[in-house]
Design a protein around this ligand. Sequence first.
Ligand SMILES: NC(=O)c1ccc[n+]([C@@H]2O[C@H](COP(=O)([O-])OP(=O)(O)OC[C@H]3O[C@@H](n4cnc5c(N)ncnc54)[C@H](OP(=O)(O)O)[C@@H]3O)[C@@H](O)[C@H]2O)c1
Length: 263
Amino acid sequence: MSTSSLGTIAITGASSGIGATYADRFAARGHGLVLIARRGDVLDALAARLRAAYGVAVRVVVADLTDPAALAAVEADLASDAGLTHLVNNAGVASVLPVAAMTPDQITAMVAINVTAPARLARAVIGGFKARGQGTLINLSSVVAVGPEILNGVYSGSKAFMLALSQSLRQELAGTGVHVQAVLPGATATDIWQTGGGDLSALPPDAVMSVDDLVDAALTGLDRGEFITIPPLAEEAEWTAYETARQAMLPNLSRREPAARYR
Ligand SMILES: NC(=O)c1ccc[n+]([C@@H]2O[C@H](COP(=O)([O-])OP(=O)(O)OC[C@H]3O[C@@H](n4cnc5c(N)ncnc54)[C@H](OP(=O)(O)O)[C@@H]3O)[C@@H](O)[C@H]2O)c1
């Protein structure tokens, strides 16, 4: 249960990288935290540091979110916390392998953590958010959601799922007081590259953002009430043009007759 007057923020994948940096920034703002990941020792150390540095309440939940029982327990935990104000749906794994080189189990595990867990956790919290008339859902997507040719197709598809989930939830939750933000990082210097079999040092340095800059930019976007935040994208007009083209096409995508060119 919450102890901060600002309410509690749950962060999945809080033991490293982007999630750990969100934890630091939200603690610095005075929010209580629920830190969720598998490595309890790392979460405990982070929690101790944040309590000492910022005087906030921090609770650790050790859970493998690919385990159905553990995921169900986290869902129940978050759904029952009346002080929960934000969920950062951040835990994830990546791969630089071609899809053909992945094992079936690798694909199953990636979908479980990148797709199933965030969708179920979003569902678990939005009921309470709606009932309280406020709440913020932050979904970590990626620029590969719109550039799937850049990386592994299952990973890119999972990040496109996070974008589509966010777009649809934004519509579903309009007028409820619940805010949805989709964050699309480009390459960011975290452990995910190494654990995904990649080599960050092989990328051009100009193409890799620090995790501090990424999260600070994402929070600037959040503070501005943005729905889509793409920290590396210099020209916002490029996204607007892309989105305008997509929206223009929507009324034309469901018809009784096949298009003339298919007849
Ligand atoms: N870094 C990038 O270039 C980049 C770019 C675009 C998007 N993203 C997205 O940003 C998010 C965070 O990634 P990151 O770069 O910060 O990577 P990271 O440093 O590797 O962190 C991943 C986090 O996910 C947790 N996690 C992984 N599997 C889990 C499981 N089965 N159950 C519970 N927690 C699990 C890890 O904790 P434990 O190992 O302790 O469980 C860790 O805290 C991901 O969704 C990723 O797709 C990253």
